[in-house]
Design a binder for this molecule. Structure first.
Ligand code: AMP
Length: 428
């Protein structure tokens, strides 16, 4: 019978295997540690949401909503979507759980996969991992500053290299509409030099002209009016205060008027963290303030600010090799069938005492089994053959020193004795 063909993963979707997965775990561990110090609690979010949540929060005219969402009708007809980002879900949960009333100034962080049907390339996947944080209920610049200092601290703790913070202010409901019209007018005046996508943006979302990646559009838009020169006085004061706090904390940043963010609900502070040397997709984190979002999702007027770090790209910036997986401390070698039960029992007891233990079944010579233990990087071989079984003991052989340091230990010795035996110097 011919073997059936193997099944490949879906394009743009991938797995993270050991030892790489150890680094991803470390990214999450560090997030928990750093964010907890800033008063954040972890939220474990739903992966599937009602499609309407994103249509309302991200805006109908964004790339994500227009062409990148994995949306489908559930069997009962509900329109649902695999979350393309987490902020909308955090706000939905904040409102739905009543947190908005119990703890209006909430601080939440999350980690998990997001889904966008973008064109896959290096650093851009259709399932990608984000670690993010959202601070709700605060509109003062100190909140933005705390969040940014925390983000940069996090990136330093995980060892991200060559990262730069770029910062902008997008204005607010008072000053942005007039600015948007200026950009539209500027775009209209240079229509012939803009790409087809920008023609569409002109009608529907002219601020997106500012972050078009097409070279010709970039050249034109470099001369466009700048939001920072058209901020209202409240936005100007907010931005100045944020910058002063970042300066005080020694956070370096560049003001970049081209950061507009693809999402409609951002206002005032917008930022990106860019990494050198990881290719074209070089934004490792992005975020900003979204004071209108909670109200847009049916809640009270609650401001918010947050960020998301792209873990797939973060992993590229942290170029240290994942530490070679430590081999097992000991490998139990069952030399014959009768030794399988006692060998398994011994390995289980050691494993439950926290020792990393391998277990080799019979079927090969002692020499071959010892070689197998050595290949795994084990320090010790615990040999169980006929002789040992008869005496109710195991033989210990030191594989590192290469010397035949043999000790015999009763198989029913207490776990503490076993520990002292396989890990001399360790206290049980
Ligand atoms: P955004 O949610 O678009 O603000 O993105 C925040 C961060 O998520 C970006 O800076 C990237 O690091 C990461 N990211 C966004 N989209 C993708 C993707 N398709 N593949 C990998 N990482 C992504």
């Amino acid at each position: 019978m011919p073997r059936p063909a193997t099944i490949a993963a879906v394009k743009g979707f991938r797995d993270i295997l050991p030892p790489e997965s150890r680094r991803w775990r470390e990214f999450e561990r560090a997030a928990a540690e750093v964010f907890t110090a800033y008063g954040f609690g972890e939220i474990r979010l739903a992966v599937v949401e009602r499609t309407e949540l994103f249509a309302r929060s991200l805006g109908e005219t964004t790339d994500v909503v227009e062409k990148e969402m994995y949306s489908f009708a559930d069997r009962d007809g509900t329109a649902v979507t695999l979350r393309p980002e987490a902020t909308a879900g955090v706000v939905r949960a904040y409102l739905e759980s009543g947190l908005v009333h119990r703890e209006r100034a909430a601080r939440l962080w999350y980690a998990g996969p997001m889904f966008r049907r973008e064109r896959p390339q290096k650093g851009r996947y259709r399932q990608f991992q984000q670690i993010g944080a959202e601070m709700l209920g605060r509109d003062d610049p100190l909140a933005d500053a705390e969040l940014l200092v925390m983000l940069m601290r996090y990136l330093a703790v995980v060892g991200a290299r060559d990262v730069k913070l770029a910062l902008n202010s997008l204005g607010d409901a008072a000053c942005r509409p007039a600015y948007r019209e200026r950009v539209r007018a500027f775009g209209e005046a240079h229509r012939a030099a803009l790409c087809a996508d920008c023609h569409r943006r002109l009608e529907r979302n002219p601020l997106r002209l500012l972050d078009c990646k097409v070279e010709g559009c970039r050249a034109v838009m470099a001369r466009a009016p700048r939001m920072l020169e058209h901020l209202c006085s409240a936005c100007r004061a907010h931005f100045a205060a944020l910058r002063a706090l970042l300066d005080q904390e020694g956070i370096e940043y560049a003001v970049d008027p081209h950061i507009v963010r693809g999402l409609d609900y951002y206002c005032r502070t917008a930022f990106e963290v860019l990494a050198a040397g990881i290719g074209a997709q070089n934004a490792v984190a992005g975020g900003g303030r979204y004071d209108g979002l909670v109200a847009a999702l049916g809640g009270p007027d609650v401001p918010g600010v947050g960020f998301a770090v792209g873990v797939d790209r973060l992993a590229e910036t942290v170029r240290v090799e994942a530490a070679a997986p430590a081999g097992p401390t000991a490998v139990v070698l069952a030399l014959e069938e009768r030794a399988v039960g006692p060998g398994f029992a011994l390995a289980t007891r050691l494993r439950h005492a926290g020792v990393r233990v391998g277990l080799e079944p019979p079927g090969r010579s002692l020499k071959a089994l010892l070689r197998a233990a050595d290949r795994q990087g084990a320090r010790l071989a615990v040999i169980l053959g006929g002789e040992e079984l008869a005496a109710g003991r195991a033989t210990l052989r030191d594989l590192v020193r290469g010397e035949d340091r043999r000790l015999a230990l009763p198989l029913d010795a207490p776990a503490s004795a076993l520990l002292a035996w396989v890990e001399p110097g360790a206290t049980a």
